[in-house]
Design a protein around this ligand. Sequence first.
Ligand code: NDP
Length: 522
Amino acid sequence: MAERKRSTTSVTRALAPRTKSADVGRGTDAPSTWGLGDGQRVPWEYAPAPESRDVVQLKSRYGLFIGGKEVAPRSGQWFTTIDPATEEPLAEIARANVEDVNQAVAAARRAFKREWGDLPGRDRAKYLFRIARILQERSREFAVLESLDGGKPIKESRDVDVPLAAAHFWYYAGWADKLEYAFPARDPKPLGVAAQVIPWNFPLLMLAWKIAPALAAGNTVVLKPASSTPLSALFFADVCRQADLPAGVVNIITGPGEIGLALVKHPDVDKVAFTGSTVVGKEIGRALAGSDKALTLELGGKAANIIFEDAPMDQAIEGVVNGIFFNQGEVCCAGSRLFVQESIAAPFIERLKDRLSTLRVGDPLDKNTDVGAINNAAQLAKIEELVEAGQAEGAEMYQPACDLPARGYFFRPTLFTNVSQSSRIAQEEIFGPVLSVLTFRTPAEAIEKANNTAYGLSAGVWTDKGSRILSMVSQLRAGVVWANTYNRFDPTSPFGGYKESGFGREGGLHGLLSYLDTGDAH
Ligand code: NDP
C-alpha cells in the first residue's frame, strides 16, 4: 500500500466539481471519515494498479465494415471518439451516409441469400463457437478497449462485459443446430436482414446480445454502435475476419442517430432491434408502424430496489451499491429508486452512506476503481441537471468526499433522502451514479410505490421470506425481478420490459424467438 497522499474531507458539496477544489482536497493531514466514524482515520489508500493500455493497438482511423471489408465512408467525413476519462482523442471514425447504409443492407441481403440463410445450423454454430473463443482469447484487449472508449472501470469490463459477451456467443452457438427442438412443430425460419442499433453503456455486450441470437437463427446483420463508443464494434469486425465469417454476414456502420434511423427504416430490413432511450425507441416505433418489420425495443428504466426489515443487512447494502453504482449507474435496469422499510430506514441509510464513502472514483483503467468516468459530456450535463432539480425540489443530498480527477467526465456517488414520489429524481431515468431513497411500511405500499413509474424493466426484493418474494414478484410490473441479489445477467435468461421500457425479450430462448419466423405474429 502506498502512503496516503491525498486526503478527503467530510464536506458534502452541493454539486460535485469536476476538478479538485480547495474544500475537497485539503492536503495531507485533513481527517478522513471513510465510513469509520468521527475521529477515526484510514492511514492508507490503495496504491495505483493501472492495467496496461498497450494491450490495445489503435489505428488513427476506422472505416465502415461492409461486405467483409473495411471501406471509407462515401460521405468522406469522419468524427472523433474520445476517452471520457481524459477527454483525449482515441481515433477517427467513419461517418456513414445513406448510400453506405444501402450498401451495408445490400451486403447483408446478398450474404443471407447466397450462403448464410441456408447454411446448416451445425455450420453456423461453428462460426459462433469460433467467435466466442476469439473473444475469450482477446478478452484483455477488449476489456481495456471498452474501458478506454466508454469510461467503465476495468474490473467491470474485465469481469462482466467481456466474459458475458463471449458467453452469449457460446450459448447461442449451442442452439444454432437445435432450432426445431427449441420450437417443436413450428418449422422455425430466419427472418432475413436484421438492423441493430445499440447504446454506449455496454457496447460489446449489447452487440453480443444482438448479433449472437441473430446469427444463430440464420439472419445476417447490419449493426450501428453509439457514436461515443464505436471502437469495440469495429474491433469485433476484426474478430469476424479472424473467424472467417462469410463476407456480409455481419456489417458495422458508424455515424449519428439519423443514420440509425435510415438503417431501421430501410425497406430491405426484416427485423429491427434497438436498445437505447425511450424517446428514440418511440421514434423508431412510429417510423416502423404499418411496416411488416419485426421489432424489439429495450428502453429505459427506473427500477425499484425494495429492502424489507428482515433482509440480511450487509448483503442488501452490497446489492444496493451494485444496483446503482455498477457502470456508474449508466444501466437501463439500475436500481435507482431504493425503497427501505421504515423500521430500518435510519440505520440502513447510515450504513449505506458509510459504504459510499469507501467507493473509489477515478481512472477506469485502475484495477481498484469502483466508479469510472461518465460516458460523455452530454450525459454528465444531464446528471448534473437532474441532481440540481432534486435539490431544488427539496430532497436532501449526500455525496462522500473524494477527489475527482482534474480532467474527464466524473461525478461523485450521490444519494438523496427526503425524496417525494413525484420528484423528477424519483420519476426520470438519470442514468448516472445517483440513488433516490424512499421508505414504505407495508408490502402493499411497497408494491404501489414501486409500480408508480412509466417504466417497467427491472426490480429487486430483499427479504428472508421466500413466500414474500413470490408474492412481490407476481405483483411488480417489471420484466426482471431479482431476489436477494441485483444486476445478475445470464445468457440463458430472458431480459426486457413492460410499459415505456419497451417490448420483446433478449437472452434465452425468448431472445432467439425474436429472430425467427415460427408462423406467429411478431
Ligand atoms: P439514444 O437512444 O439517443 O442512443 C442509442 C442509440 O441510438 C445510439 O446508437 C444512437 O446513435 C442511436 N440513435 C440516436 N437517435 C436515433 C434515431 N433517431 N433513430 C435511430 N437510432 C438513433 O441514447 P443517448 O445516447 O442519447 O442517451 C440518452 C438517454 O437515453 C440517457 O441519458 C439514458 O437515460 C437513455 N439511455 C438508455 C439506454 C438503455 O440501455 N436503455 C442506453 C443509452 C441511453 P448516436 O450514438 O450516434 O446518437
